[in-house]
Structures are given as structure tokens and as C-alpha cells.
Design a protein around this ligand. Structure first.
Ligand code: HEC
Length: 199
């Protein structure tokens, strides 16, 4: 129970919403169950997972592609959150007329095109993608990253395919998307506690 008065203030409303949001924990996807040994990835999902956690772009030492999709640097799986929540420029645009990203807040040109890296949990269900919804499906997202993204002065060093691409093929795309779909947590998205209270 709240102590004190019944007064509704901005701060109390924010705290109430924050408390509710903190109850929204998605941890029962195929990916989560695989991590604790309760699910085995299909060969395709497994191939996608390996792409996700492998370096991408050209290996300067060998002159050969690394062969991975290089997603883990920013959507790292280590913390299981599938996003580092840090500000990165993932190569969407060269000029940032419509939305300069973090630079709109800081006024620092070095922040142009930098956006917060979101979690990829339940990503299958949340199209369209990116801050402006420019990609209608995961195929569009794949094409973007496989191209290496748009090179600009602030593109993130973790965009390892910048300038050359990731060199992934159609089968790699199938695998990567199959893996991304293992992040769908049906018990989370069907939990009545998170449904529309007025329906
Ligand atoms: C340099 C860091 C970085 C790398 C590497 C990276 N991403 Fe992202 N990703 C981001 C950022 C930042 C955003 C948010 C961009 C925005 O809001 O416009 C994002 C957004 C996304 C989105 C859309 C999320 C949404 O809810 O709209 C998907 C899907 C995605 N990334 C998948 C991937 C995949 C798959 C890979 C590997 C092929 C990858 N990312 C590699 C930083 C990165």
C-alpha cells in the first residue's frame, strides 16, 4: 500500500509505471530453455545462433570473411538481455536530417545517428523495426546488416561489415531468422497480467 496522501503526482505516476514494467520479465523462450538444457536447438536455429555470436565482415589477417553476422557486440547474449541498451550508430543513414538520434539531446555531432540498442526478445512479434519503423520485416533487417550499413562519420566500430558487408547468403538468413524466433516467449506475451485491463 502507498503511504501518505492519495495525491497523484508526476513522480508517483512514474514510480507506479516503473514498478509495473519491472514485473515484465521474459525468460521462458526456446532460447532461455536451451540455455538451461530444457530445449535443443534445431540444426537451423543452432546455425543461426552461431552466426549471431561470430565476428563478421572481412578478416584483415586472412583476407577471407569471418563468416558470422556479428550481432552479439551490441545485442550481446552474455547478459541474456539481447541488447546492451547503449547508444550506437548501426548504419541506418549517412545524413541525419530527420532524426539525429542522441545528438538531438546532447548537441554533440559525434552522437549523430546513435540510438539505444534495444533487446531482441520477442522481436518476431514487434515489426516494424528501427526507431522509425523503416523495415517491415526481419528480411529487411537482415538485408540492412548484411550490406554492412551506410558508412558515415559516426558509424559504430562494431558494424564490422561497414563498407564491405557481412557476406552472408540465403541459408544464413534463414538460420539467423530461425534463431531470432527462438527469442519469442509465448507464455510472456500471453500472460493475462500484461493484457489490456479494459478488455
Ligand atoms: C553497432 C551495434 C549493433 C550491431 C552490430 C547490431 N545491431 Fe541491431 N540494433 C542496434 C541499434 C542501435 C538498434 C536501434 C536502431 C534504431 O532504433 O533505429 C538496433 C536495432 C535492431 C533491430 C530492430 C529492433 C526494433 O525493435 O526495432 C533488430 C531486429 C536488430 N537490431 C537485429 C540485429 C541483428 C540480427 C544483428 C546482427 C546481424 C544486429 N542487430 C547487429 C545496434 C546494433
Amino acid at each position: 500500500m502507498l503511504s501518505g496522501t492519495n495525491e497523484i503526482t508526476q513522480e508517483r505516476a512514474a514510480k507506479a509505471m516503473a514498478s509495473f514494467l519491472r514485473t515484465m520479465i521474459s525468460a521462458d523462450s526456446k532460447f532461455d530453455r536451451e540455455r538451461i538444457g530444457e530445449y535443443t536447438f534445431t540444426p537451423l536455429e543452432d546455425a543461426g545462433f552461431n552466426l549471431f555470436i561470430t565476428e563478421g565482415g572481412m578478416n584483415a589477417n586472412t583476407g577471407q570473411p569471418w563468416g558470422g553476422a556479428d550481432c552479439f557486440h551490441c545485442h550481446g547474449h552474455g547478459g541474456m538481455q539481447m541488447g546492451d541498451y547503449l547508444m550506437h550508430n548501426n548504419g541506418l543513414d549517412q545524413h541525419f536530417f530527420n532524426d539525429p538520434g542522441l545528438a538531438a539531446i546532447t548537441g554533440n555531432p559525434l552522437d549523430s545517428g546513435r540510438f539505444k540498442t534495444p533487446s531482441l526478445r520477442n522481436i518476431e512479434l514487434t515489426a516494424p523495426y528501427m526507431h522509425d519503423g523503416r523495415f517491415t520485416d526481419l528480411h529487411g533487417v537482415f538485408l540492412h546488416y548484411n550490406s554492412g550499413g551506410v558508412v558515415s562519420t559516426t558509424i559504430d566500430p562494431f558494424m564490422e561489415g561497414a563498407g564491405g558487408g557481412l557476406f552472408l547468403d540465403d541459408l544464413d538468413e534463414l538460420a539467423l531468422i530461425a534463431f531470432l524466433k527462438t527469442l519469442t516467449d509465448t507464455s510472456f506475451v500471453n500472460n493475462p497480467a500484461f493484457s489490456d485491463p479494459f478488455n
